[in-house]
Design a protein around this ligand. Structure first.
Ligand code: FAD
Length: 496
Protein backbone atom coordinates (compact mmCIF):
# COMPACT_ATOMS: atom_id res chain seq x y z
CA UNK A 1 0.00 0.00 0.00
CA UNK A 2 1.04 3.61 -0.40
CA UNK A 3 2.10 4.60 3.11
CA UNK A 4 2.61 8.29 2.31
CA UNK A 5 -0.86 9.69 3.24
CA UNK A 6 -0.90 7.81 6.57
CA UNK A 7 2.73 8.76 7.29
CA UNK A 8 1.92 12.44 6.65
CA UNK A 9 -1.05 12.30 8.98
CA UNK A 10 0.93 10.53 11.72
CA UNK A 11 3.70 13.14 11.35
CA UNK A 12 1.10 15.86 11.86
CA UNK A 13 -0.08 14.15 15.06
CA UNK A 14 3.22 13.27 16.77
CA UNK A 15 5.83 15.30 14.88
CA UNK A 16 8.18 14.13 12.13
CA UNK A 17 10.88 13.03 14.58
CA UNK A 18 8.56 10.48 16.13
CA UNK A 19 7.58 8.55 13.00
CA UNK A 20 10.08 5.95 11.83
CA UNK A 21 10.21 4.61 8.30
CA UNK A 22 12.68 2.97 5.95
CA UNK A 23 14.09 -0.53 6.41
CA UNK A 24 16.95 0.45 8.74
CA UNK A 25 14.63 2.28 11.15
CA UNK A 26 11.92 -0.40 11.00
CA UNK A 27 14.05 -3.53 11.40
CA UNK A 28 14.49 -3.22 15.21
CA UNK A 29 10.70 -3.48 15.46
CA UNK A 30 10.41 -6.61 13.30
CA UNK A 31 10.43 -9.05 16.23
CA UNK A 32 10.08 -9.16 19.99
CA UNK A 33 12.34 -11.36 22.12
CA UNK A 34 10.89 -14.43 20.38
CA UNK A 35 13.05 -14.50 17.26
CA UNK A 36 11.02 -17.26 15.61
CA UNK A 37 8.61 -14.73 14.10
CA UNK A 38 9.19 -11.53 12.21
CA UNK A 39 7.31 -9.02 10.06
CA UNK A 40 8.30 -5.60 8.75
CA UNK A 41 5.97 -2.83 9.94
CA UNK A 42 4.70 -0.17 7.57
CA UNK A 43 5.71 2.57 10.00
CA UNK A 44 6.58 2.99 13.67
CA UNK A 45 4.89 5.83 15.52
CA UNK A 46 5.75 7.06 19.02
CA UNK A 47 2.98 9.19 20.60
CA UNK A 48 3.71 11.36 23.65
CA UNK A 49 0.38 11.10 25.49
CA UNK A 50 -3.13 9.70 25.50
CA UNK A 51 -4.46 12.35 23.10
CA UNK A 52 -1.82 11.57 20.50
CA UNK A 53 -2.34 7.83 20.97
CA UNK A 54 -6.08 8.20 20.35
CA UNK A 55 -5.42 10.30 17.24
CA UNK A 56 -2.93 7.71 15.92
CA UNK A 57 -5.42 4.87 16.47
CA UNK A 58 -8.14 6.90 14.75
CA UNK A 59 -5.83 7.61 11.79
CA UNK A 60 -5.05 3.89 11.46
CA UNK A 61 -8.76 3.12 11.55
CA UNK A 62 -9.50 5.60 8.75
CA UNK A 63 -6.62 4.17 6.69
CA UNK A 64 -7.82 0.60 7.31
CA UNK A 65 -4.46 -0.37 8.81
CA UNK A 66 -3.86 -2.56 11.87
CA UNK A 67 -1.72 -1.30 14.76
CA UNK A 68 0.52 -3.20 17.19
CA UNK A 69 1.10 -1.68 20.66
CA UNK A 70 4.69 -2.13 21.79
CA UNK A 71 6.40 -1.61 25.14
CA UNK A 72 10.02 -2.72 25.39
CA UNK A 73 9.67 -5.69 23.02
CA UNK A 74 10.84 -8.20 25.65
CA UNK A 75 7.76 -10.37 25.11
CA UNK A 76 8.48 -14.01 24.38
CA UNK A 77 5.37 -15.02 22.43
CA UNK A 78 5.61 -12.76 19.37
CA UNK A 79 2.93 -10.45 20.82
CA UNK A 80 4.58 -7.23 19.66
CA UNK A 81 5.72 -8.66 16.31
CA UNK A 82 3.92 -6.83 13.51
CA UNK A 83 2.39 -8.31 10.41
CA UNK A 84 3.75 -6.85 7.19
CA UNK A 85 1.99 -3.56 6.55
CA UNK A 86 0.88 -2.92 10.14
CA UNK A 87 1.81 0.15 12.19
CA UNK A 88 3.81 -0.37 15.38
CA UNK A 89 2.59 2.01 18.08
CA UNK A 90 5.51 2.36 20.48
CA UNK A 91 4.77 3.55 24.03
CA UNK A 92 8.46 4.26 24.71
CA UNK A 93 7.94 8.03 25.06
CA UNK A 94 5.15 7.62 27.61
CA UNK A 95 7.41 6.82 30.55
CA UNK A 96 6.38 9.23 33.30
CA UNK A 97 5.23 8.34 36.78
CA UNK A 98 2.20 10.64 36.91
CA UNK A 99 1.46 10.53 40.64
CA UNK A 100 2.29 8.61 43.79
CA UNK A 101 -0.01 8.50 46.81
CA UNK A 102 1.98 7.08 49.74
CA UNK A 103 -1.01 7.10 52.10
CA UNK A 104 -3.18 5.21 49.63
CA UNK A 105 -0.17 3.14 48.52
CA UNK A 106 -0.95 3.65 44.86
CA UNK A 107 0.72 5.20 41.85
CA UNK A 108 -0.51 6.22 38.42
CA UNK A 109 2.00 5.63 35.66
CA UNK A 110 2.24 5.90 31.91
CA UNK A 111 2.55 2.53 30.14
CA UNK A 112 6.17 2.97 29.05
CA UNK A 113 7.50 3.16 32.63
CA UNK A 114 10.03 0.39 33.13
CA UNK A 115 8.98 -2.07 35.81
CA UNK A 116 12.14 -1.80 37.96
CA UNK A 117 12.17 2.02 37.68
CA UNK A 118 8.83 2.25 39.46
CA UNK A 119 10.13 0.34 42.51
CA UNK A 120 13.34 2.38 42.43
CA UNK A 121 11.42 5.69 42.42
CA UNK A 122 9.11 4.79 45.33
CA UNK A 123 11.83 3.08 47.42
CA UNK A 124 12.51 6.25 49.49
CA UNK A 125 8.86 6.03 50.63
CA UNK A 126 9.42 2.46 51.85
CA UNK A 127 7.22 1.12 49.03
CA UNK A 128 7.66 -1.09 45.97
CA UNK A 129 5.75 -2.62 43.05
CA UNK A 130 5.56 -6.36 43.66
CA UNK A 131 5.27 -8.12 40.25
CA UNK A 132 8.86 -8.76 39.22
CA UNK A 133 9.35 -10.44 35.84
CA UNK A 134 12.97 -11.49 35.38
CA UNK A 135 13.05 -8.92 32.55
CA UNK A 136 12.06 -6.14 34.97
CA UNK A 137 15.06 -3.96 34.22
CA UNK A 138 13.76 -3.58 30.64
CA UNK A 139 10.06 -4.47 30.33
CA UNK A 140 7.31 -1.87 30.74
CA UNK A 141 4.27 -1.69 33.00
CA UNK A 142 2.04 -1.47 29.89
CA UNK A 143 3.56 -4.68 28.52
CA UNK A 144 3.16 -6.31 31.95
CA UNK A 145 -0.54 -5.38 31.99
CA UNK A 146 -1.05 -6.66 28.45
CA UNK A 147 0.62 -10.00 29.27
CA UNK A 148 -0.61 -10.19 32.88
CA UNK A 149 3.01 -10.89 33.71
CA UNK A 150 4.27 -12.94 36.60
CA UNK A 151 7.66 -13.10 38.28
CA UNK A 152 9.72 -14.78 40.94
CA UNK A 153 7.85 -13.23 43.88
CA UNK A 154 4.37 -13.69 42.40
CA UNK A 155 4.10 -16.98 44.31
CA UNK A 156 3.30 -15.03 47.48
CA UNK A 157 2.13 -11.70 46.09
CA UNK A 158 0.12 -12.57 42.97
CA UNK A 159 0.59 -11.59 39.33
CA UNK A 160 0.07 -8.25 37.58
CA UNK A 161 -3.73 -8.31 37.60
CA UNK A 162 -3.65 -8.49 41.41
CA UNK A 163 -1.75 -5.18 41.50
CA UNK A 164 -3.61 -3.16 38.87
CA UNK A 165 -6.41 -1.04 40.28
CA UNK A 166 -7.46 0.91 37.22
CA UNK A 167 -6.62 1.61 33.60
CA UNK A 168 -6.95 4.19 30.88
CA UNK A 169 -7.33 2.53 27.48
CA UNK A 170 -7.61 3.88 23.95
CA UNK A 171 -10.10 1.57 22.24
CA UNK A 172 -9.60 0.43 18.63
CA UNK A 173 -12.10 3.07 17.42
CA UNK A 174 -10.16 5.89 19.13
CA UNK A 175 -12.46 6.34 22.15
CA UNK A 176 -10.82 6.57 25.57
CA UNK A 177 -12.21 4.58 28.53
CA UNK A 178 -11.13 4.75 32.17
CA UNK A 179 -11.72 1.79 34.44
CA UNK A 180 -11.48 0.98 38.16
CA UNK A 181 -9.71 3.67 40.20
CA UNK A 182 -9.18 5.78 37.08
CA UNK A 183 -12.89 5.82 36.18
CA UNK A 184 -16.12 6.72 37.91
CA UNK A 185 -17.08 4.49 40.84
CA UNK A 186 -19.16 1.71 39.34
CA UNK A 187 -20.45 -1.77 39.93
CA UNK A 188 -20.43 -3.08 36.38
CA UNK A 189 -18.25 -5.63 34.64
CA UNK A 190 -14.63 -5.90 35.75
CA UNK A 191 -13.15 -4.16 32.72
CA UNK A 192 -9.78 -3.71 34.43
CA UNK A 193 -9.58 -7.49 34.77
CA UNK A 194 -10.66 -7.96 31.16
CA UNK A 195 -7.94 -5.68 29.79
CA UNK A 196 -5.24 -7.34 31.93
CA UNK A 197 -3.82 -10.13 29.79
CA UNK A 198 -5.62 -9.06 26.60
CA UNK A 199 -2.26 -8.72 24.78
CA UNK A 200 -3.06 -5.43 23.05
CA UNK A 201 -6.06 -6.93 21.21
CA UNK A 202 -8.65 -4.72 22.94
CA UNK A 203 -6.83 -1.39 22.71
CA UNK A 204 -3.82 0.55 23.93
CA UNK A 205 -3.23 1.00 27.67
CA UNK A 206 -2.23 4.64 28.21
CA UNK A 207 -2.26 4.88 32.03
CA UNK A 208 -2.16 2.37 34.85
CA UNK A 209 -3.10 2.80 38.52
CA UNK A 210 -1.02 0.27 40.45
CA UNK A 211 -1.00 -0.96 44.01
CA UNK A 212 2.24 -0.38 45.92
CA UNK A 213 3.29 -2.52 48.86
CA UNK A 214 5.36 -1.64 51.92
CA UNK A 215 8.85 -3.10 51.66
CA UNK A 216 9.13 -6.27 53.76
CA UNK A 217 10.93 -5.57 57.04
CA UNK A 218 13.21 -8.57 56.61
CA UNK A 219 14.21 -11.11 53.98
CA UNK A 220 15.88 -14.50 54.34
CA UNK A 221 17.18 -16.47 51.37
CA UNK A 222 18.61 -19.96 51.04
CA UNK A 223 19.99 -22.19 48.30
CA UNK A 224 19.26 -25.92 48.44
CA UNK A 225 21.37 -28.10 46.15
CA UNK A 226 20.19 -31.59 45.18
CA UNK A 227 21.84 -34.48 43.37
CA UNK A 228 18.57 -35.39 41.63
CA UNK A 229 15.94 -33.25 39.91
CA UNK A 230 13.17 -35.46 41.25
CA UNK A 231 14.26 -34.81 44.83
CA UNK A 232 14.20 -31.03 44.29
CA UNK A 233 10.77 -31.22 42.65
CA UNK A 234 9.54 -33.35 45.53
CA UNK A 235 10.81 -30.71 47.98
CA UNK A 236 8.86 -27.99 46.12
CA UNK A 237 5.69 -30.02 46.44
CA UNK A 238 6.29 -30.78 50.13
CA UNK A 239 7.14 -27.20 51.10
CA UNK A 240 3.83 -25.88 49.81
CA UNK A 241 1.89 -28.91 51.03
CA UNK A 242 3.23 -28.14 54.53
CA UNK A 243 1.55 -24.73 54.35
CA UNK A 244 4.78 -22.75 54.04
CA UNK A 245 4.41 -19.68 51.82
CA UNK A 246 7.80 -18.65 50.47
CA UNK A 247 7.96 -15.30 48.72
CA UNK A 248 9.84 -17.11 45.95
CA UNK A 249 10.65 -20.72 45.17
CA UNK A 250 12.73 -20.98 42.00
CA UNK A 251 14.45 -23.97 40.45
CA UNK A 252 17.29 -24.57 37.99
CA UNK A 253 18.51 -27.90 36.66
CA UNK A 254 22.12 -28.86 35.85
CA UNK A 255 22.05 -27.47 32.31
CA UNK A 256 20.71 -24.13 33.57
CA UNK A 257 23.43 -24.04 36.25
CA UNK A 258 26.06 -24.72 33.59
CA UNK A 259 24.76 -21.74 31.60
CA UNK A 260 24.52 -19.28 34.51
CA UNK A 261 27.94 -20.24 35.86
CA UNK A 262 29.41 -19.09 32.54
CA UNK A 263 27.48 -15.80 32.77
CA UNK A 264 28.21 -12.56 34.65
CA UNK A 265 27.12 -13.75 38.08
CA UNK A 266 28.62 -17.18 38.91
CA UNK A 267 27.59 -18.53 42.31
CA UNK A 268 29.84 -21.58 42.49
CA UNK A 269 27.37 -24.46 42.40
CA UNK A 270 28.93 -27.84 43.20
CA UNK A 271 29.70 -29.95 40.10
CA UNK A 272 27.55 -32.82 41.29
CA UNK A 273 24.43 -30.67 41.87
CA UNK A 274 21.68 -31.69 39.46
CA UNK A 275 19.12 -29.13 40.68
CA UNK A 276 19.12 -26.06 42.88
CA UNK A 277 16.22 -24.38 44.68
CA UNK A 278 16.37 -20.67 45.48
CA UNK A 279 14.02 -20.23 48.44
CA UNK A 280 13.13 -16.84 49.90
CA UNK A 281 10.88 -15.83 52.78
CA UNK A 282 10.05 -12.25 53.70
CA UNK A 283 7.99 -10.37 56.29
CA UNK A 284 8.60 -9.55 59.93
CA UNK A 285 12.07 -10.39 61.28
CA UNK A 286 10.53 -12.47 64.04
CA UNK A 287 9.84 -16.02 62.91
CA UNK A 288 11.57 -15.67 59.56
CA UNK A 289 14.47 -17.96 60.43
CA UNK A 290 11.97 -20.57 61.64
CA UNK A 291 10.23 -20.49 58.26
CA UNK A 292 13.52 -20.98 56.41
CA UNK A 293 14.47 -23.77 58.80
CA UNK A 294 11.11 -25.50 58.24
CA UNK A 295 11.64 -25.38 54.46
CA UNK A 296 15.22 -26.62 54.76
CA UNK A 297 14.08 -29.46 57.06
CA UNK A 298 11.76 -30.56 54.25
CA UNK A 299 14.65 -30.31 51.77
CA UNK A 300 16.74 -32.49 54.08
CA UNK A 301 13.96 -35.09 54.23
CA UNK A 302 13.95 -35.04 50.41
CA UNK A 303 17.69 -35.73 50.34
CA UNK A 304 19.24 -32.29 49.81
CA UNK A 305 23.04 -32.45 49.39
CA UNK A 306 23.93 -28.93 50.55
CA UNK A 307 22.13 -25.91 51.99
CA UNK A 308 23.48 -22.35 52.05
CA UNK A 309 21.91 -19.30 53.74
CA UNK A 310 22.58 -15.86 52.25
CA UNK A 311 25.03 -14.08 54.51
CA UNK A 312 23.63 -10.66 53.65
CA UNK A 313 22.18 -8.41 50.97
CA UNK A 314 25.24 -8.68 48.70
CA UNK A 315 25.11 -12.46 48.56
CA UNK A 316 21.32 -12.42 48.12
CA UNK A 317 21.67 -9.97 45.23
CA UNK A 318 24.32 -12.19 43.61
CA UNK A 319 22.02 -15.22 43.79
CA UNK A 320 19.13 -13.29 42.29
CA UNK A 321 21.29 -11.82 39.54
CA UNK A 322 22.49 -15.32 38.78
CA UNK A 323 18.89 -16.59 38.53
CA UNK A 324 17.50 -13.60 36.62
CA UNK A 325 20.32 -13.70 34.07
CA UNK A 326 19.57 -17.34 33.24
CA UNK A 327 17.90 -16.66 29.88
CA UNK A 328 20.66 -14.32 28.78
CA UNK A 329 23.29 -16.80 29.93
CA UNK A 330 22.06 -19.21 27.26
CA UNK A 331 23.96 -16.94 24.88
CA UNK A 332 27.17 -18.51 26.21
CA UNK A 333 25.89 -21.96 25.22
CA UNK A 334 24.24 -21.59 21.83
CA UNK A 335 23.66 -19.22 18.92
CA UNK A 336 20.05 -18.89 19.95
CA UNK A 337 17.52 -20.30 22.37
CA UNK A 338 13.80 -20.70 22.58
CA UNK A 339 11.82 -20.41 25.83
CA UNK A 340 8.73 -22.53 26.33
CA UNK A 341 6.21 -21.41 28.97
CA UNK A 342 3.67 -23.79 30.43
CA UNK A 343 2.05 -24.20 33.81
CA UNK A 344 1.19 -27.37 35.69
CA UNK A 345 -0.06 -28.42 39.11
CA UNK A 346 2.95 -28.60 41.46
CA UNK A 347 2.08 -32.25 42.12
CA UNK A 348 2.90 -33.01 38.47
CA UNK A 349 6.39 -31.46 38.52
CA UNK A 350 8.32 -34.74 38.68
CA UNK A 351 6.32 -36.42 35.90
CA UNK A 352 6.22 -33.43 33.53
CA UNK A 353 9.92 -32.60 33.97
CA UNK A 354 10.65 -36.22 33.00
CA UNK A 355 8.43 -35.85 29.93
CA UNK A 356 10.14 -32.57 28.98
CA UNK A 357 13.44 -34.47 29.14
CA UNK A 358 12.10 -37.23 26.87
CA UNK A 359 10.72 -34.74 24.34
CA UNK A 360 14.09 -32.92 24.26
CA UNK A 361 15.96 -36.18 23.78
CA UNK A 362 13.60 -37.29 20.99
CA UNK A 363 14.10 -33.93 19.28
CA UNK A 364 17.91 -34.07 19.86
CA UNK A 365 17.86 -30.76 21.75
CA UNK A 366 19.97 -29.41 24.61
CA UNK A 367 17.41 -28.09 27.09
CA UNK A 368 17.88 -26.24 30.36
CA UNK A 369 15.07 -25.87 32.91
CA UNK A 370 14.89 -22.65 34.90
CA UNK A 371 11.53 -21.81 36.33
CA UNK A 372 9.11 -20.50 38.93
CA UNK A 373 8.77 -23.91 40.62
CA UNK A 374 6.47 -22.77 43.40
CA UNK A 375 3.93 -21.65 40.78
CA UNK A 376 4.40 -24.80 38.67
CA UNK A 377 5.44 -22.45 35.86
CA UNK A 378 7.91 -24.32 33.63
CA UNK A 379 10.40 -22.67 31.28
CA UNK A 380 12.33 -25.25 29.26
CA UNK A 381 15.04 -23.28 27.37
CA UNK A 382 15.99 -25.03 24.15
CA UNK A 383 19.35 -24.19 22.59
CA UNK A 384 19.40 -24.17 18.79
CA UNK A 385 21.18 -22.83 15.77
CA UNK A 386 18.85 -20.86 13.46
CA UNK A 387 21.28 -21.26 10.55
CA UNK A 388 20.73 -25.03 10.46
CA UNK A 389 17.81 -25.76 8.13
CA UNK A 390 14.87 -27.34 9.96
CA UNK A 391 16.21 -26.69 13.44
CA UNK A 392 13.82 -23.83 14.34
CA UNK A 393 10.88 -25.99 13.23
CA UNK A 394 12.15 -28.90 15.34
CA UNK A 395 12.38 -26.60 18.36
CA UNK A 396 8.86 -25.24 17.84
CA UNK A 397 7.46 -28.76 17.54
CA UNK A 398 9.23 -29.83 20.74
CA UNK A 399 7.88 -26.72 22.51
CA UNK A 400 4.39 -27.56 21.33
CA UNK A 401 4.78 -31.15 22.55
CA UNK A 402 5.85 -29.82 25.95
CA UNK A 403 2.71 -27.68 26.10
CA UNK A 404 0.61 -30.76 25.28
CA UNK A 405 2.33 -32.56 28.18
CA UNK A 406 1.43 -29.66 30.50
CA UNK A 407 -2.22 -29.85 29.43
CA UNK A 408 -2.36 -33.62 29.88
CA UNK A 409 -1.05 -33.08 33.42
CA UNK A 410 -3.91 -30.69 34.17
CA UNK A 411 -2.07 -27.47 33.35
CA UNK A 412 -2.22 -24.75 30.70
CA UNK A 413 -0.21 -23.55 27.70
CA UNK A 414 1.02 -20.27 29.16
CA UNK A 415 2.07 -19.40 32.68
CA UNK A 416 3.02 -15.79 32.00
CA UNK A 417 4.43 -15.14 28.51
CA UNK A 418 1.05 -15.00 26.79
CA UNK A 419 -0.27 -16.52 23.57
CA UNK A 420 0.80 -13.96 20.98
CA UNK A 421 1.61 -15.57 17.66
CA UNK A 422 3.40 -18.45 19.24
CA UNK A 423 0.65 -20.37 21.02
CA UNK A 424 -2.44 -19.64 18.97
CA UNK A 425 -2.86 -23.23 17.86
CA UNK A 426 -1.94 -24.59 21.27
CA UNK A 427 -5.01 -22.84 22.73
CA UNK A 428 -6.98 -25.68 21.14
CA UNK A 429 -5.22 -28.08 23.50
CA UNK A 430 -7.42 -26.45 26.15
CA UNK A 431 -10.42 -25.01 24.37
CA UNK A 432 -12.78 -26.14 21.64
CA UNK A 433 -14.23 -23.98 18.83
CA UNK A 434 -17.20 -23.01 21.00
CA UNK A 435 -14.99 -21.82 23.89
CA UNK A 436 -12.99 -19.76 21.44
CA UNK A 437 -16.14 -18.35 19.83
CA UNK A 438 -17.22 -16.96 23.24
CA UNK A 439 -13.81 -15.29 23.69
CA UNK A 440 -13.91 -14.02 20.13
CA UNK A 441 -17.37 -12.57 20.76
CA UNK A 442 -15.98 -10.47 23.63
CA UNK A 443 -13.10 -9.36 21.42
CA UNK A 444 -15.43 -8.36 18.59
CA UNK A 445 -17.42 -6.05 20.86
CA UNK A 446 -14.27 -3.94 21.18
CA UNK A 447 -12.63 -4.55 17.84
CA UNK A 448 -14.99 -5.93 15.18
CA UNK A 449 -12.65 -4.92 12.33
CA UNK A 450 -9.63 -6.61 13.98
CA UNK A 451 -7.37 -3.56 13.96
CA UNK A 452 -5.78 -3.89 17.42
CA UNK A 453 -2.82 -6.27 17.31
CA UNK A 454 -4.43 -8.33 14.53
CA UNK A 455 -3.91 -12.06 14.37
CA UNK A 456 -2.68 -12.44 17.95
CA UNK A 457 -4.08 -14.55 20.74
CA UNK A 458 -6.72 -16.34 18.65
CA UNK A 459 -6.17 -19.65 16.86
CA UNK A 460 -6.40 -19.85 13.11
CA UNK A 461 -9.92 -21.18 12.50
CA UNK A 462 -10.64 -24.70 11.37
CA UNK A 463 -7.67 -26.42 13.04
CA UNK A 464 -9.36 -27.40 16.29
CA UNK A 465 -9.88 -31.13 15.66
CA UNK A 466 -6.36 -31.70 14.29
CA UNK A 467 -4.64 -29.84 17.12
CA UNK A 468 -6.75 -31.40 19.88
CA UNK A 469 -6.02 -34.88 18.53
CA UNK A 470 -2.32 -34.11 18.79
CA UNK A 471 -2.64 -32.90 22.40
CA UNK A 472 -3.71 -36.33 23.58
CA UNK A 473 -1.23 -38.28 21.47
CA UNK A 474 2.34 -37.26 22.37
CA UNK A 475 3.91 -38.89 19.31
CA UNK A 476 1.46 -37.16 16.99
CA UNK A 477 2.31 -33.82 18.59
CA UNK A 478 6.02 -34.19 17.95
CA UNK A 479 5.36 -34.73 14.27
CA UNK A 480 2.58 -32.18 14.09
CA UNK A 481 2.99 -30.08 10.98
CA UNK A 482 1.13 -27.11 12.41
CA UNK A 483 3.55 -25.97 15.14
CA UNK A 484 4.34 -22.37 14.26
CA UNK A 485 2.36 -22.61 11.04
CA UNK A 486 2.30 -19.96 8.33
CA UNK A 487 0.53 -16.72 9.05
CA UNK A 488 -1.96 -15.00 6.77
CA UNK A 489 -0.70 -11.57 7.89
CA UNK A 490 2.69 -12.26 6.38
CA UNK A 491 4.65 -12.94 9.55
CA UNK A 492 7.26 -15.53 8.82
CA UNK A 493 10.12 -17.31 10.48
CA UNK A 494 13.04 -15.10 11.36
CA UNK A 495 15.85 -15.23 8.86
CA UNK A 496 18.95 -16.76 10.41
C1 FAD B 1 15.08 -12.43 29.83
C2 FAD B 1 13.58 -12.39 29.93
C3 FAD B 1 12.99 -12.78 31.12
C4 FAD B 1 11.58 -12.74 31.24
N1 FAD B 1 11.01 -13.09 32.43
C5 FAD B 1 9.67 -12.99 32.58
C6 FAD B 1 9.05 -13.32 33.83
O1 FAD B 1 9.71 -13.68 34.81
N2 FAD B 1 7.71 -13.20 33.90
C7 FAD B 1 6.95 -12.79 32.85
O2 FAD B 1 5.74 -12.71 32.97
N3 FAD B 1 7.51 -12.48 31.66
C8 FAD B 1 8.84 -12.56 31.50
N4 FAD B 1 9.41 -12.24 30.29
C9 FAD B 1 8.54 -11.84 29.16
C10 FAD B 1 8.30 -10.31 29.02
O3 FAD B 1 9.36 -9.58 29.59
C11 FAD B 1 6.97 -9.89 29.63
O4 FAD B 1 5.92 -10.49 28.89
C12 FAD B 1 6.75 -8.37 29.66
O5 FAD B 1 5.55 -8.07 30.34
C13 FAD B 1 6.70 -7.73 28.30
O6 FAD B 1 6.78 -6.33 28.47
P1 FAD B 1 7.24 -5.38 27.26
O7 FAD B 1 7.14 -3.98 27.72
O8 FAD B 1 8.56 -5.80 26.75
O9 FAD B 1 6.08 -5.69 26.21
P2 FAD B 1 6.19 -6.00 24.65
O10 FAD B 1 7.02 -7.20 24.41
O11 FAD B 1 6.54 -4.77 23.92
O12 FAD B 1 4.68 -6.35 24.34
C14 FAD B 1 4.08 -7.49 24.91
C15 FAD B 1 2.59 -7.52 24.54
O13 FAD B 1 1.95 -6.45 25.18
C16 FAD B 1 1.30 -5.60 24.23
N5 FAD B 1 1.47 -4.24 24.76
C17 FAD B 1 2.62 -3.64 25.13
N6 FAD B 1 2.36 -2.41 25.62
C18 FAD B 1 1.00 -2.25 25.56
C19 FAD B 1 0.11 -1.20 25.90
N7 FAD B 1 0.55 -0.06 26.44
N8 FAD B 1 -1.21 -1.37 25.67
C20 FAD B 1 -1.68 -2.51 25.14
N9 FAD B 1 -0.89 -3.55 24.79
C21 FAD B 1 0.43 -3.41 25.01
C22 FAD B 1 2.00 -5.88 22.92
O14 FAD B 1 1.15 -5.62 21.82
C23 FAD B 1 2.31 -7.35 23.07
O15 FAD B 1 1.19 -8.11 22.74
C24 FAD B 1 10.80 -12.31 30.13
C25 FAD B 1 11.41 -11.92 28.95
C26 FAD B 1 12.79 -11.97 28.85
C27 FAD B 1 13.41 -11.52 27.54
Amino acid sequence: MNAAPLRDELCRIVGRAHVLEGRAELLPYATDANRMFRGLPLLVVCPADTGETAAVVEACRRAGVGFVPRGAGTGLSGGATPGDGEVVLSLARMRRILSVDPADRTAVVQPGVINAHLSREVAPLGLYYAPDPSSQSACTIGGNVAENSGGAHCLKYGVTTNHVLGLEVVLPDGRVVRTGRLGPPCHGYDLTGLFCGSEGTLGVVTAVCVRLLPRPRAVATALAMFRAVDAAAEAVEQITAAGEVPAALEMMDRNAMTAVERGRYPVGYPDDARAVLLVEFDGLRQGLDDQVEAAMAICRRCGVAEVRAAAGDAERALWWNNRKAAFAAMGAIARSYYVADGVIPRTALVAVLAEVGEISADARLWTANVFHAGDGNLHPLMAYDPTIPGEPERVLRAGSAMMAACVRAGGAVSGEHGVGLEKRDELYYLFDEQDMAVQRGVHDLFDPADRANPGKMYPLPGRCAEVRRAAWDPRATIGRPGAGSADPAGRRRADP
